[in-house]
Design a protein around this ligand. Structure first.
Ligand SMILES: C[S@@+](CC[C@H](N)C(=O)[O-])C[C@H]1O[C@@H](n2cnc3c(N)ncnc32)[C@H](O)[C@@H]1O
Length: 299
């Protein structure tokens, strides 16, 4: 039986309802996932993120294999690669190189939004527009007029704008360096980055409302990113904790590696205890501590 996009979306939602990292008790999140046609945001040619023949990433071409393409669009755990090496590799066949843009997997996007917990009518800043899919989900939840999204790559920003307008959504799309946030739209009740950082940009902290929530993947010494959830203090600082293990591409300006001790990480860490990490970031830098160490300091 050939399933339609709607059928595959509903099946994907059912599968994501069964996992602890899925919708949990967020009925609004399930609702917006079902409302937004993900297939409208996925380019016709994308790379599958696991190496195939010749150790290259296989291309899935909608025109050649429409069913395989649509199935990939609604695979809960699959991110689809939309850009390699900052767009210097044309999507004409299997390829190799560094992933520089993707449409994150449905499962990961749902996890980000569950932690972000945006409310209707709340001002939201997204960094890393990519395909525009997460922007569309945010717009369905908060209202498009409340959403600003920043993408550094002009071609990606222009494509996302066309796709968002095609589905009738009109959020503000800014081409620029998202590390600067977007001061004109501040303050924000929610800030979400869909690219990972080594150092939480000061501008995001300044542009966050008191009590506002910042969710971003943060590079860690563990070999994966940690999704951190921080609450703004209204004085250019925010604090919170790590809530999940994730893997994202880095913001362009923070690709170069730096010693973790320069980035506020303690010299010794127990890699199994990432859940105990507490994160504080302010205008002077960021400080990551294990909850047990923190307790010992306060004692
Ligand atoms: C994982 S993709 C975003 C996925 C996107 N949210 C979606 O739903 O398709 C990360 C994006 O961050 C963008 N990016 C990287 N550095 C950036 C920066 N400094 N400012 C804004 N966007 C940036 C990349 O070009 C890429 O499109």
């Amino acid at each position: 039986m050939v399933m339609t996009a709607e059928g595959l979306r509903a099946r994907c939602a059912r599968r994501m309802s069964l996992t602890p990292r899925g919708f949990a008790d967020c009925s609004w999140l399930r609702q917006v996932f079902l409302e937004v046609p993900r297939e409208e945001f996925v380019p016709d040619r994308v790379w599958w993120p696991a190496r195939g023949d010749g150790a290259r990433y296989p291309l899935i071409d909608r025109n050649e294999k429409p069913r395989a393409w649509l199935k990939a669009v609604y695979e809960p755990g699959a991110a689809l690669i939309t850009q390699i090496d900052d767009g210097t590799v044309a999507p004409t066949g299997p390829a190799d190189g560094a992933f520089t843009s993707s449409i994150s997997s449905p499962g990961v996007v749902i996890e980000l939004l569950r932690h972000l917990a945006p409310e209707p009518g709340e001002r939201i800043l997204e960094i890393g527009t990519g395909s525009g899919y997460t922007t569309a989900l945010l717009a369905h939840r908060a209202g498009a007029a409340c959403v600003v999204t920043v993408e550094i790559d002009p071609c990606l920003a222009a494509r996302a704008e066309r796709r968002l307008r095609a589905v009738g959504l009109d959020p503000e799309i800014v081409t620029g360096d998202g590390e600067q946030g977007y001061a004109r739209g501040a303050p924000y009740g929610r800030i979400l980055s869909t690219a990972s950082v080594r150092r939480i940009p000061r501008a995001w902290l300044r542009q966050l409302k008191p009590g506002g929530v910042l969710v971003t993947p943060l590079d860690s010494p563990f070999g994966y990113d940690l999704l951190v959830h921080l609450t703004g203090d209204g004085h250019g600082g925010a604090s919170g904790r790590a809530v999940a293990q994730v893997e994202f591409m880095r913001v362009r300006g923070q690709r170069a590696q730096r010693p973790y001790t320069e980035l506020g990480w303690p010299a010794e860490l127990n890699t199994t205890q990432w859940r105990d990490l507490r994160v504080r970031a302010d205008q002077s830098g960021q400080h990551i501590t294990a909850a047990t160490a923190e307790a010992a300091c306060n004692w």
